[in-house]
Design a protein around this ligand. Structure first.
Ligand SMILES: [Fe+2]
Ligand SMILES: [Fe+2]
Length: 191
């Protein structure tokens, strides 16, 4: 199964919520790849399995942190302001705190998976306790993302789409583009 990082997204930076949702599909896909490889329990991988592991590790090392930054630095702060000024319920604010805690947990597990996965690729096999730890973390990450993404897509993103104005969403999209070194000039002119 060929896996391409950076394949053209279905959405664009003028639709930041759509783009974040596209990212979720890749997060879920690559987490499933890690779990599948983890299920091989440290055995000698064939060329396709090695490539899949290398690609998934690279995705979580290089691309996924930008998604986390999109949320923690661009979307969530604007939602916090919107929720604090207009919504009598603190449920959105509580959810944002919980989602950021999830990011920290996921980051720690990815650091372990990355270290173990790189060792697996370098040595050819991964031994007992390390193989079990890799498999456990990969499985936990799949479960975490399933729950985490459901909260974001069923609660946070609809709230953002409903509560943030066009200018705020445009600013989120511009920051996301800048984070990836993309200059959205037409977008800026329309804004
Ligand atoms: Fe998130
Ligand atoms: Fe997300």
């Amino acid at each position: 199964m060929p896996i391409v990082i950076g394949a053209k997204p279905e959405s664009n930076f003028q639709d930041p919520i759509g783009l974040l949702t596209d990212c979720h599909r890749r997060v879920k896909k690559f987490a499933m790849v890690l779990r599948h490889i983890g299920d091989l329990r440290g055995s000698l991988l064939d060329a396709e399995q090695r490539s899949a592991l290398d690609t998934a590790l690279r995705y979580f090392r290089e691309a996924a942190p930008k998604h986390t930054a999109d949320e923690e630095s661009s979307l969530f702060p604007r939602l916090r302001i919107a929720a604090a000024t207009g919504d009598p319920s603190n449920s959105v604010l509580d959810s944002l705190d919980s989602l950021e805690a999830d990011h920290d947990v996921a980051d720690a597990m990815h650091a372990e998976v990355d270290s173990l996965g790189l060792r697996w690729l370098a040595d050819g096999v991964l031994r007992d306790a390390d193989a079990e730890r890799f498999a456990w973390c990969a499985g936990a990450l799949v479960d975490l993302y399933e729950r985490h993404i459901a909260v974001e897509e069923n609660s946070i993103f609809p709230t953002a789409a409903g509560r943030l104005g066009k200018e705020e969403l445009t600013a989120v999209g511009l920051e996301m583009a800048a984070r990836r070194g993309i200059k959205e000039t037409l977008f800026a002119i329309e804004f």
